[in-house]
Design a protein around this ligand. Structure first.
Ligand code: C2E
Ligand code: MG
Ligand code: MG
Length: 656
C-alpha cells in the first residue's frame, strides 16, 4: 500500500511539474517579449530621430568608417541624448555589414549580416534579448542586452541605406524583467505545490480504503459471510496442507463432515433469520469443542466440516465427536423458542480411508449419508456405504444382472392393510432381493443403489409387474384385494410412468382401481412440478395415490394440499411413540381429523400391538398395517394368509 501511495504521488507529481513548466515558459516568453518590445520601441524612437539626421546616404554607400569630425559630431549628439556607451552601444552598418559608425572604442570593422539586420534592410525594426555572445555590439559585455535593429532610410522610406543596431545593457530593466519572471515562477510553483500537497491526503485515504477493500475481498473469498468460518475453498486448502503434514510426520488427518438434522424445518417454521442465528450458534459451538489447530469450516447450507489436525487415533476422534455432539445438543433459545440441534456426522481418516484431501471429503460425505440413513449420530467411512466402492460396484452390477438377465432373484413380499371392519383392502408390495451369495436383501440394502445407478426404473417396472400379476391371481381366486406399489423419487421424474402403469394393468387385465401407488413427500419435493403432474395424470386413469411415511418429510400441509392424495400413511414413528407421548397422540389425532376433512383416507403404518390398534380406531383411523396383522410375506404365503383371514372375518361378520 505504501508503494501504491508512492506510485500515485509520483504519478500526480509529474503532470503537476510539467504543467508548471509549460505555464512558466509560456508566460516568461510573453513577459520578456512585451518588455523588450516596449524597451526597443523607446530606444529605436530615440535613435531613429538621431540617426536619420546625422548620416548621409553617401557615408553608407562608401561602406567606410566616418571621418573623424563627422564621428565627433555623432558622438556629441548621442551624448547630448544621454546615450552613453556604458549603457547603450550604437553601431551603424551598411547593407554588407561594414561598420560605418560605432559609439565605443574597439568596435569591430565588420559585423555578420544577422537575421535582425536582414529584417531591418527590409524595413522592419526588431528587438530581442540576446546573450552577450550573440550580440553584435556586446562582445565583452556581461548580461543579456536588449538589441534593437533599426532600418536607416535616409532618402525617404523607399530604400534602406543601412542598419542602426542599438544594444541597451540597462541592467535595471533586465533585472526587472527577470524579477517579474522569477516572481511568476514562485507563485506558480507555490500554487501547484500546494495543490499537489492537498492531493496527498486524499490519495492516502483512497489507498487506505483500497487496501481495506482488498483485505475484505480476500477474507470474503475464503470465508463464509454468515459465520466467518473458512469456506469450502479454504477448507480444501487446509486439507491439502494437513495431508502434506501427515505425510511428513507419518500422522493422521481426521475429517468430520456434519449436516444438521431438520434444519430446513427451522428455516421453514421460524424463518431464515432464525435459521441464520442457529447456524451462527452451531459455528460457535463447533469452534468451542475443537482445538485451535483444527479447522472448522462451513461448506454451505447446514453443512459444516472439521479438519482434525494430527489426531492420535480413533479414540481421540471419537472423543472429539462426543464433544461436538454434546456441544450441539445443548439446548438453544432462538426467538424465545428452545431448540435442540442434532447432526449427522460422517468421518473419514487419512490415510486409512483415502489418499488425497479430495478423496477424504468424498468419503466423509458417504459416511455422513450412511449416518443419516442409519439414524446414528455419526458414522466412520466404510466401503460398503459407498456406492462407488468396489463392493458396492459389484452389487450394482449384480443388481443389473438380476433385473435384466434372470427373473427369480427380485421377489415381492406382501403385507396386508386392514380396514376398520377387519377386512383386508390392500396388500402392499415390498421388494426383496434373493441375492445368490448374500441371501435375502431388504430394500434398504439395494433400493438406494438402484436409485443411484439408474436401475430404479427397471426395479419399479419389475415390482409393478409382479404386484399387478399377483392382484390378477387374487381376483381370479375371488380374494378381493388391491395392491400397493412403492415408487421412488426418480420414478416421479419420468414422463413415461403413466403409460407404463397403464400398459401393465392392461397386460394383466387388472382394473386401475385395484392399484395404489405410494410416494413419499421427499420424492415429491425432489421434483415437485413433474411429480404433481404425474400424480394427477395417474389419478385420472383411476389409480389411487398414497402419501407414504407421512410426517417424516417437510412442509406436509403444503404437499397435502397440492398432491391431494387418496390416502396418507402415517409413519410408524408416530404410531410407535403415540402410546407414550401425548404429543404424538395429539399429532396423530390432528392428522386423522385434517385428512378426513379433506376427504383423504388414513392408514397407520407399523401397528405392532393391539393397544395401538385400539387407540387408532378410537381416533377414527381408517386402516392399519403392521406386524400385528402380519409381517410382509412371500406371495404364496400371503395368499394362504389372505384366504385364512378372509374366512375368519367372514365368519365373524356372519356371527354378528
Ligand atoms: P414403507 O413403504 O413405509 O414400507 C413399510 C416398511 O415398514 C416395510 O419395510 C415393512 O416391512 C416395515 N414394517 C411394516 N410393519 C411394521 C411394523 O409393525 N413394525 C416395524 N418395525 N416395521 C414394519 P421394508 O420392507 O424393509 O421396506 C422399507 C422401505 O423400502 C419401504 O417403506 C419403502 O419405502 C421401500 N420399498 C419397499 N419396496 C419398494 C419398492 O418396490 N420400490 C421402492 N422404490 N421402494 C420400496
Ligand atoms: Mg410404502
Ligand atoms: Mg411407510
Amino acid at each position: 500500500v505504501r508503494r501504491l501511495f508512492l506510485t500515485f504521488a509520483i504519478a500526480t507529481l509529474v503532470p503537476v511539474v510539467a504543467l508548471g513548466w509549460i505555464v512558466s515558459t509560456a508566460t516568461r516568453g510573453s513577459i520578456e517579449e512585451r518588455s523588450v518590445e516596449l524597451y526597443g520601441n523607446t530606444t529605436s524612437t530615440l535613435v531613429r530621430l538621431a540617426g536619420s539626421s546625422l548620416f548621409r546616404p553617401e557615408d553608407l554607400a562608401a561602406g567606410r568608417p566616418l571621418a573623424e569630425p563627422q564621428q565627433a559630431i555623432v558622438d556629441g549628439f548621442l551624448e547630448a541624448l544621454e546615450i552613453e556607451p556604458t549603457t547603450v552601444r550604437v553601431l551603424v552598418t551598411d547593407p554588407r555589414g561594414n561598420v560605418v559608425y560605432a559609439n565605443w572604442r574597439g568596435h569591430p570593422a565588420r559585423v555578420p549580416v544577422t537575421d535582425a539586420i536582414r529584417a531591418a534592410l527590409l524595413g522592419e525594426t526588431t528587438s530581442d534579448l540576446v546573450t552577450a555572445g550573440e550580440s553584435l555590439n556586446g562582445r565583452g559585455w556581461r548580461g543579456t542586452p536588449v538589441e534593437t535593429a533599426i532600418p536607416l532610410a535616409l532618402a525617404g522610406e523607399a530604400s534602406v541605406d543601412g542598419v542602426l543596431v542599438a544594444s541597451g545593457l540597462d541592467n535595471e530593466f533586465v533585472d526587472q524583467v527577470h524579477d517579474d519572471v522569477r516572481r511568476l515562477r514562485l507563485i506558480l510553483a507555490g500554487g501547484l505545490g500546494a495543490l499537489w500537497l492537498l492531493l496527498l491526503p486524499i490519495l492516502a485515504s483512497v489507498s487506505k480504503r483500497l487496501r481495506r477493500e482488498v483485505q475484505r475481498n480476500e477474507h470474503l473469498a475464503h470465508h463464509d459471510a454468515l459465520t466467518s468460518l473458512p469456506n469450502r475453498q479454504l477448507l480444501e486448502e487446509r486439507l491439502v496442507e494437513a495431508v502434506a503434514r501427515a505425510d511428513r510426520d507419518d500422522g493422521l488427518v481426521g475429517l468430520l463432515l456434519l449436516d444438521l438434522d431438520r434444519f430446513k424445518e427451522v428455516n421453514d417454521t421460524l424463518g431464515h433469520r432464525a435459521g441464520d442465528r442457529l447456524l451462527v450458534h452451531v459455528a460457535q459451538r463447533l469452534r468451542e469443542s475443537t482445538r485451535a489447530a483444527d479447522t472448522v469450516a462451513r461448506l454451505g447450507g447446514d453443512e459444516f466440516a472439521v479438519v482434525l489436525a494430527d489426531p492420535e487415533g480413533e479414540p481421540e476422534i471419537r472423543a472429539v465427536l462426543e464433544r461436538v455432539l454434546q456441544a450441539l445438543r445443548r439446548p438453544l433459545t432462538i426467538d424465545g423458542i428452545e431448540l435442540t440441534v442434532d447432526a449427522s456426522i460422517g468421518v473419514a481418516v487419512y490415510p486409512v480411508d483415502a489418499t488425497t484431501g479430495d478423496g477424504l471429503l468424498q468419503h466423509a460425505d458417504v459416511a455422513m449419508y450412511a449416518a443419516k440413513a442409519s439414524d446414528a449420530p455419526f458414522a466412520f467411512y466404510a466401503a460398503e456405504h459407498d456406492p462407488h466402492s468396489p463392493s458396492r460396484l459389484g452389487l450394482t452390477a449384480d443388481l443389473r444382472r438380476a433385473l435384466t438377465e434372470v427373473d427369480d432373484e427380485i421377489v415381492v413380499h406382501f403385507q396386508p392393510v386392514a380396514g376398520s371392519d377387519g377386512r383386508i383392502t390392500t396388500m402392499e408390495a415390498l421388494v426383496r432381493w434373493q441375492h445368490p451369495a448374500r441371501g435375502l436383501l431388504a430394500p434398504d440394502a439395494f433400493v438406494p443403489l438402484a436409485e443411484q445407478s439408474g436401475a430404479i426404473h427397471l426395479l419399479t417396472a419389475r415390482v409393478l409387474d409382479l404386484a399387478v400379476a399377483q392382484a390378477r391371481r387374487w381376483a381370479d381366486a375371488s380374494l378381493d384385494v388391491g395392491v400397493a406399489v412403492n415408487l421412488s423419487a426418480r420414478d416421479l421424474r419420468d414422463d413415461s410412468l403413466v403409460d407404463r402403469v397403464g400398459s401393465v394393468l392392461h397386460h394383466h387385465g387388472v382394473d386401475p382401481s385395484r392399484l395404489e401407488l405410494e410416494v413419499t413427500e421427499t420424492a415429491v419435493l425432489a421434483a415437485p412440478d413433474t411429480a404433481l403432474r404425474l400424480a394427477e395424470q395417474l389419478r385420472a386413469t383411476g389409480v389411487s395415490m398414497a402419501l407414504d411415511d407421512f410426517g417424516t418429510g417437510y412442509s406436509s400441509l403444503t404437499n397435502l394440499k397440492r398432491l391431494c392424495p387418496d390416502r396418507i400413511k402415517i409413519d410408524r414413528g408416530f404410531v410407535a411413540a403415540m402410546s407414550d407421548s401425548a404429543t404424538d397422540l395429539a399429532i396423530v389425532r390432528a392428522v386423522v381429523d385434517l385428512a378426513h376433512r379433506l376427504e383423504i383416507g388414513v392408514t397407520a403404518e407399523g401397528v405392532e400391538t393391539q393397544d395401538q390398534r385400539d387407540r387408532l380406531e378410537a381416533l377414527g383411523c381408517d386402516q392399519v398395517q403392521g406386524y400385528l396383522l402380519s409381517r410382509p410375506l412371500p406371495a404364496a404365503e400371503a395368499t394362504a394368509w389372505l384366504a385364512r383371514w378372509h374366512a375368519r372375518v367372514e365368519m365373524a361378520h356372519r356371527g354378528e
